[in-house]
Design a protein around this ligand. Structure first.
Ligand SMILES: [Fe+2]
Length: 352
């Protein structure tokens, strides 16, 4: 008999896999294997990588078995194989890819569940995060699933601010339950009073910025942002929905245009936990903060999840997006990317 925790995890794994396959069900083999962007993997690579990661963590590391197909380990290792070269590889495709996903899964259902299913949860969330990355690639290629809608509308303007009193804020995830290493340890910071957008900046707010010269005034931009801005077209979006697919450079310039700034990630978390923010989890929200370790950080379960990205110029995004599964969305979750990236389902909220 399968223990209740294991049965529950296996059910979730099944639901997540069905969701993953549904997201690509409308695509043909060429669309699955093509390189849609130099910064994104072919979708079929992502699918094979999801299976390889599951085999590594549940069947090899946890259950102590040989990898199902050791010859694929390097091909599907995200660090050995940077995105830029993934299109040139002989990654699995077609029926062989589906069989690999199924064969790994059949073994995983026999793996022991330890520490409350921590590694199972890691594997589940890894797949959910890859489906968001895959949606980014589909969006860049204009290949979103028919049912996929962008961010839902919000009432009002991102220029309306709410006040947050100064004082202590508890930041980060507690010791219980599943969390990523970079969300720990929980700690207290003192923050001066600030104000923050009640809702994210909307498409209407953004159009005004673009039409009033936001993209042509160098004083609004950081030097690197200004360099970047010369080669891009202004972003446009639905007037009543949060603006989406803007870079950190653009978000930062937008805030300066309004005599404001981006919130720090601590400010965002404090305001989110106090229930002051509306329209959260529609778009990732860029913050002013650079991605770095909380004091007392311990890498877990591997250095490459977070530690190798600390203090390398990545900016933190908070919240979640219309492409993020609810299992991942949390006020503690820290996403990160480079300031020039526009492929994320990312917008912003301003602060003062
Ligand atoms: Fe991955």
């Amino acid at each position: 008999m399968v223990a209740p925790v294991a049965a529950q995890l296996h059910e979730v794994m099944g639901e997540v896999r069905a969701r993953t396959l549904k997201l690509v069900a409308h695509l043909d083999e060429d669309q699955l294997t093509a390189v849609h962007s130099p910064i994104m993997s072919p979708l079929a690579w992502d699918l094979g990588h999801v299976a390889a990661y599951e085999d590594l963590w549940l069947n090899h590391r946890l259950a102590g078995q040989e990898l199902l197909r050791p010859g694929l380990a390097e091909l599907y290792d995200a660090f050995e194989t940077p995105r830029a070269v993934r299109g040139d590889l002989e990654f699995l495709r077609g029926a062989e890819l589906l069989a690999y996903l199924d064969d790994v899964r059949a073994r995983s259902l026999e793996a022991p569940v330890r520490d409350g299913g921590e590694l199972h949860e890691l594997v589940i969330r890894h797949e959910l995060q890859h489906t968001e990355t895959m949606l980014q690639a589909m969006r860049l290629a204009g290949l979103e699933p028919p049912a996929f809608a962008g961010p839902a509308g919000v009432a009002g303007s991102g220029l309306e601010l709410v006040e947050v009193p100064g004082g202590a804020a508890t930041i980060g995830a507690g010791p219980e339950g599943f969390s990523y290493d970079n969300e720990r340890p929980r700690h207290v910071v003192e923050l001066p009073a600030f104000s923050i957008g009640r809702v994210p900046v909307t498409g209407a707010d953004w159009t005004a910025f673009a039409e009033e010269g936001g993209y042509s005034r160098p004083e609004l931009w950081t030097p690197a942002g200004w360099e970047w801005a010369r080669d891009v077209s202004p972003r446009m979006g639905a007037p009543d929905a949060p603006i989406v697919h803007v870079s950190w450079f653009e978000a930062d310039a937008f805030a300066r245009f309004h005599g404001a700034r981006l919130p720090s990630e601590q400010e965002w978390e404090k305001a989110a936990l106090a229930g002051l923010l509306e329209g959260t989890y529609e778009v990732w929200e860029w913050t002013a903060s650079e991605f770095s370790a909380y004091a007392g950080f311990v890498a877990h379960p591997y250095r490459e999840y977070s530690e190798v990205f600390f203090d390398k110029g990545y900016r933190v995004l908070r919240g979640g997006s219309c492409a993020t599964h609810e299992r991942i969305a949390s006020p503690h979750f820290r996403n990160w990317d480079l300031p020039q990236r526009r492929q994320l389902f990312a917008g912003l909220r301003i602060a003062r």
